[in-house]
Every structure is written in C-alpha cells, then in structure tokens.
Design a binder for this molecule. Sequence first.
Ligand SMILES: [Mn+2]
Length: 366
Amino acid sequence: MKFAITSDTHLASRYPFSTDAHPLKDVFFRTSYSGISQVIKYAEDHRCPILHGADWFDSEIARSPELHATTMLFSRIQQRGIPMFINLGNHEIDYKEGIPSVLRSVCNPFLPIIQTPEINQEWDVKKCEDLNIYMIPYCPEKIFMDRLKRLCQSKIKKPAILMIHQNMKGIPLGKVRSMEGMGEKEIAAIVKENFKLLICGHLHFGRQSSQYGMNIVIPGSTCGIDFKDVGSRKVFYVAEFNDSYDLTSCNPVLIKNQITFIECQIDAAEAFAQKDKRMDNVFLKVHSPVDKDCSFIEKRFMELGAVGVVIDRKKKNVEPDLSSYDRPLHMSTDDWLRKHLVDKIYDEEEREGILEMHSSIEWGKK
Ligand SMILES: [Mn+2]
C-alpha cells in the first residue's frame, strides 16, 4: 500500500490584500496552492491515500480564496475516491485546545473520505484499510510529552502509524537546528514498539530517518515562507508498505516551480540585503514605517534575483485600505504584474488551471 505524505501547506491569500485576493496576483496563494495541487495530482495519478501532517491553512481565520480552493480540491478527491487524513496543527487550533477548527468544519461535508482528529480528545485514531492512523493534534510541548507517554502506555490497535505536529529538538532547519521540543531519539524510544511509522508536521524542512530504530518522516512544508527556506527544495514523500504494513520504501518527490514568499519587517530585510546570498525565486513583502526610504531594499533584492519586492507601509493586522497602499514603481500597474511577475512564475498549464479556478469562483459576486 502506497501513501503520499505531506504537511504544512499554509494555504492562504496574503498579497496584495488578503480579503480580495486575486490568484493571479497573489503570490503567496499561488505558491501554497501549487504545492498541495502537486501532491494531490500525484495521489490521483497513483491512486494512493494522502497523509497530511497539519497546518493545511496558514491561519485559523480562513478567508474566501483559501476556503474556495480547499472545497474545490476536497470535492475533486472525494469524487475520485482518494482518502485523506489531515492532522490539526497550531495554525488550526490557535494554540488553544478545544476550540472548533475551521479545517474540521470544512472537512465535515467530505466525511468519511477526508478525516481529521477530534480536538477534545488527547488523540484520535482513524482507519485506512487495515492500518490504524493515530493522530495527536498540536499541543504545547509540556502537554505533548505526557500525552505521547500516555498514548504509548495505552492499548494501541495494530498495525499503526502515528501523526504528530510538534517541534523536535535537534532537527536541521536549513543551516540551524530546532532548539525546542522533545528530541528525535527520545520520541523514537517511546513510540518504536507500537508504530510502524511516525510522521511529524510543523518543521518546514523535509527529512526522513530511521537512525533510532524508528521510521520518522518529516514531510516539511510545500512552500518556503522564511529566509531559512531560501535556496532549499520542497518535497513530499511517497511511502510504500508491504502486506504486514512494514515500511518498504520512502522517497521524496520534488515540488516544482515554487516561490519562497517571505513576509518580514524592514530590519530583517536590511540584514539580508547586506549579504551576498542569492534570492532566486524569492518574493519579498516588507513591512515598513510610512516615512522610511526603502528604495535600496527593492533594488538590492531584485539584483540578488528576487522575482518581486513589495513594501507594505501599513501596520500589521490592520484592515487593508487600497488608498494607503504604496506600491513600488516597478510594480505600479497590473500590466507590469502580468508581464513581469505572473508570466515569470507560472508555467502555462498552471496558469490555465489557476485561471480556470479563478473564473469558477466569481470573486465577491455571490
Ligand atoms: Mn505548524
């Protein structure tokens, strides 16, 4: 039996205005949508279920573009009979347990083909053929440690795999290592007697290991959202199990044509502008005070290979106001966007797919 394993889609609209996002202009939407589309396309072509390690959405406040895209993708896989199991991450429960998640509500009409864990239980278990899929929704690290121990001391239905969404200390994140959470070795020691595979979402760099006697897959995110992501490749994994549900192979599949969308404050952008690091396929959205001259940042990032730079002079989390939006000169018109940005980052098939989706949505008309 074969599974496509992915995580951290972070589907969201962010640019230029979250609330009236247009997929052709919205670089973040495009890149998050493109990542999950490639996973779903693979699962459809190979007729395999999808295991999603959580953070489907980028925020617990989902907006209409991501809701439309989600329901469209869900109905497609439902029609084709592709089961999907999605854990709940910190972006779906906003760190507070017991709060109904937008994702769970969106999944409800697609039961039983798309399943998420109950959030008022410590863990939940779903079935895919004979395999038991245990899921622990995201919880603060201290709670997680006790919860994991309790789960492993309980009677586990076998064969089983476990999906979690946590930090894991010591895991490489680009050039640095994760500093928080339980260590990989410690987790492996607790779970290895009970589970054939552990899937851990939340960490954005794809990785697989079996060094502590436990098969662990960290699918990573499908789109880059941080300076750490610059130059890194995004993947999903394909895992194959034999008839006894032992893992026989697990291979990464490259996600193509992704943009790293970085949203940051001006000081972070200035620090990176000083370095000589290439910024190919990076789109930068910088928050800056109204009176600050940002022309150096724009010029420098374009020199380093960025596909676009936009300066946002609003305060964060303030309702967007079209009149106050200050676009840099090189992005002054829709024509410019279409000619220099859209054509550069979308391939033809993708452009048609997204245009088709856009035309079926009727933004704001219904
Ligand atoms: Mn997360």
